[in-house]
Design a protein around this ligand. Sequence first.
Ligand code: NAD
Length: 501
Amino acid sequence: MRQVPTVKLLIGGEFIESTTTEWRDIVNPATQEVLARVPMATVAEVDAAVAAGQAAFQTWRHTPIGVRARIFLKYQQLIRENMKEVAAILTAEQGKTLADAEGDIFRGLEVVEHAANIGSLQMGELANNVATGVDTYTLQQPLGVCAGITPFNFPAMIPLWMFPMAIACGNTFVLKPSEQDPMSTMRLVELAIEAGIPPGVLNVVHGGEQVVNAICDHPQIKAVSFVGSTRVGTHVYQRATLSGKRVQCMMGAKNHAIVLPDAHKEQTLNNLLGAAFGAAGQRCMAVSVAVLVGEAQAWLPELVQRAKTLTVGNGASSGTDVGPVISCAAKDRVESLIAQGEAEGAKLELDGRLPALPGALKEGNFVGPTIFSGVKPGMAVYEQEIFGPVLCVAAAATLDEAIAFINANPNGNGTSIFTQSGAAARRFQEEIDVGQVGINVPIPVPVPLFSFTGSRASKLGDLGPYGKQVVLFYTQTKTITERWFDDSSVSSGVNTTISLK
Ligand code: NAD
C-alpha cells in the first residue's frame, strides 16, 4: 500500500510530526486521490508553538528593520522561482486551474513585496515644539505573538496576507492553515524559512475547531487575523476579543454586479462569467448576483449561451475553465441549493449539476456553471453564500433601484458596476454601502498599496489585512512626549496644572 505523506507542524524552527491521534485526509477534489494526511494538533502543540513565538519575540522585536526587510526581498525571489511547483500542489489539493493557482500565489507575492518595504511603512509621526522645548513623536511597536486562521479557497494568498506583514512589523506568528488544503501553504512556509525567517518567528499548527479555540483563548497571543465564513468568523471574533485580543475577521459575502444598458456588452458578459465561475465560484469576491438594469435584461440569453462554452474539468488539464468544488460535502450543498432555488420559483436557465466528464473524473466534485434568473430576496439561493459556480440574476428598472437592492443585502464585501457613464459610476460609488467597489472591474480586490476593505456583515474589526491598515493592526502606537533641559533652562518652580508650558 502506498505510504501517504503527513503534513508537519512547524514549531521553533523544526518541522515536526504531530503526536496527535486525530488525522484527516487531504483529497484531490478532481479525482478523490488521497494526497496526504494532516494532523489535528493537540492543545499542548499549540502551547509549544506560542511558547516558541514568545521566546523568539524577545530578539526578533529588536531586529533592525533592514534585516527584516531583506528576508522578504529574498522570500519574494524564492516564491517566484518556485511558482510553478507551488501552483501544481495548490491545484492538486484545491482544484482551481493551474493559471488561477498562479494568480492565487501572485496576489500573495504582492504582499510579500510590500512587506519588503516595511522600512517606509512602519514609520511614526513627529510634531516639533508642541509646547516650549517639547516634541511629540510616535513609535509603531510590535505586539508579540500574533496568529492567523485561514480558509481553503486561497491557500497561498491569504496566509501571505497575514504572516509576512505581521513578521515584518517585528511580531512572531502562529499560522493555522485550512485543514482542507494545507500543502501549498506549507510549501510557502518552507520557502519563508529558507529565506531566513529565524526559528520561532513563524510557527504552524494544523487543526480545526479545537485548535482555533485554543488560539482564541491563549493569553500570550496578542492579535488574531481570521479569514473564512461568517459563522466561524463571528465565533472567533467574540471568543478572541473576550480574551482581550485585537481581532480582524474577513468573512462571507454575496457580491452583486450591476449591468447598465450602456455597458460595453462583450467585455461585461465575459467579465461577469469569469467572476462568477472562476475558481468554481469559490472566491469571497466572486460575483454571485448580476443585477441587470432596464434593457440590459435582454442580454440574459447571451450570458447563458456563453456560460455553456466554459469547460469543466481537472484544474491541472490545459483548457479547463471551471475546476471542482473543494469537497463532496460542498458539492452536495451546492446541488441541494440549486434544487431549492428551483423549488422556490427561481428560473433555472442553466443547470450545472452532473456535468459530462471523462471516466477519470467521474468521482470528482464537479458542478458546472449554473444560472438562475428571476431571483428574489427570501430565496435560499439569494440569502445564502452558495460558494459554488452559481450565478443569480435579478432585474431592476433603474440604477437607483439596483443600488437599493444591493444596500438591502447584509453583506458588504465587494460589488461592481458595468457602464460607460461616468456620472452613473460616480453615483454608484457614492451611494453603495459596500466596502470594495469595482467600476468595470468585476473582482475589485485592492493591491497591497491599499488594504482589503470589506464591510458590514462581511467583516468584524476595524482594520483590514495588508496595506497601511495592517501596520496599525499589527503594532501598538506609543506616543513619546519629550523635553530636554539644557544648562540655560531656568526652573519656573512647581507647575500643578495639566498644561505643557
Ligand atoms: P471556514 O469558516 O469553514 O474555515 C475557516 C477557518 O476556520 C479554517 O481554518 C477552519 O479550520 C476553521 N474552522 C472551521 N470550522 C470551525 C469551527 N467550528 N470553529 C473554529 N474554527 C473553525 O471557511 P472556509 O469554508 O474554509 O472558506 C470559505 C469562506 O471564507 C467563505 O465564506 C468565503 O466568503 C470566506 N472568505 C472570505 C474572504 C474575505 O476576505 N472576506 C476571503 C476568502 C474566503
